[in-house]
Design a protein around this ligand. Structure first.
Ligand code: GLN
Length: 312
């Protein structure tokens, strides 16, 4: 089982948790009833190092849906299934200053701008191999389970709500089909996308996923490989440039480590060669990022000099 990490770090995380606990800014996502039901006060912070030590503070056992955090990991899987060049012919890696559910494609190539917005994530889901739909779902779940070091599941109620209300995502998929950017298995691909968004995780799971990327693709606790080492940098690069929606540029400036957020309230981040960090706090800002998550990371980056380009 997992060792418990040194207490100075735990004390520091506890202190930051206490400091930001009473920030009630932002609103819980409400586009489906299941997300609106989240307790806005939930606040979990987790950290897992590449030698498998964990620190968990606050509501780190509370499950929530992974939502857009899944996009980074599915992009990695699409590259494993098809190679870099083919994936890049279907999905760009260019940040855009538009919302995550933007219906814009790159006019010159008809590609979605990047895999961290819905359009690019649906295009990535289209690329996930499998002889039939159940096999594609099974491979997707196995991949996430390997990152987490435990079997993860889809919240079926959330999945059905996502599917029922996902008209805008369906429009995006149809637009991409029109341009020949995704295949005709569009209904299956949207279902796969809705399912990946509906996987239940905790802040501890997110930290473990981040630690797996920090550790060159191998889960530091189970020793199982989740992604080949050569593609880890591809995932981290798009997280760094596009992971926080239209806040990505400011995040890179202020925090400076690759990260990915989701409207469930989760943020995963990676300090390569060191740690993975996961936060969960469901109140979101106008861009769909967790308010206390961002606040925590800004403070942590300042205290620890986490920024990738910090002068050493
Ligand atoms: N299921 C959501 C959607 O497709 C996920 C979006 C998100 O987390 N930003 O709109």
């Amino acid at each position: 089982k997992m060792k418990s990490a040194a207490s100075p770090l735990r004390d520091m995380l506890k202190q930051l948790h206490a400091e930001f606990k009473d920030n009630h800014d932002g609103t819980v996502a409400s586009y489906i009833p299941e997300l609106a039901k989240a307790n806005p006060d939930w606040f979990g912070i987790s950290l897992v190092s590449i030698d498998g030590q964990a620190v968990d503070v606050g509501d780190s056992n509370q499950q929530f849906t992974i939502q857009s955090v899944s996009k980074a990991f599915m992009f990695g899987m699409a590259i494993e299934d098809h190679g870099r060049d083919h994936v890049l012919s279907k999905i760009g890696v260019q940040p855009i200053g538009e919302a995550f559910n933007s219906i814009t494609l790159d006019e010159a190539t008809n590609r979605p701008f990047n895999p961290m917005i819905n359009a690019g994530a649906i295009a990535a889901a289209d690329l996930i191999h499998g002889k039939d739909f159940p096999e594609r779902v099974a491979r997707m779940l196995k991949m996430f389970s390997t990152y987490c070091g435990r079997q993860v599941y889809v919240d079926n109620t959330v999945y059905h709500s996502e599917k029922k209300t996902g008209h805008r995502n369906r429009a995006i998929a149809n637009l991409m089909l029109n341009f020949g950017m995704i295949s005709e298995q569009l209904d299956d691909t949207l279902d796969l996308y809705f399912q990946q968004c509906s996987i239940l995780v905790t802040s501890h799971d997110l930290a473990m996923m981040g630690a797996t990327l920090a550790n060159g693709g191998v889960n530091p606790v189970t020793g199982e490989r989740a992604i080949s080492a050569e593609y880890v940098k591809d995932v981290l690069a798009v997280m760094h440039t596009c992971g926080m929606y239209d806040y990505a540029g400011e995040w890179a400036f202020r925090v400076g480590i690759p990260a990915k957020s989701g409207v469930g309230g989760g943020i995963v981040s990676v300090v390569p060669g060191e740690v993975g960090i996961g936060t969960f706090s469901p109140r979101l800002d106008a861009k769909g990022n967790s308010v206390r998550g961002i606040q925590f990371y800004k403070a942590l980056a300042e205290k620890y000099g986490l920024h990738a380009f910090e002068a050493k």
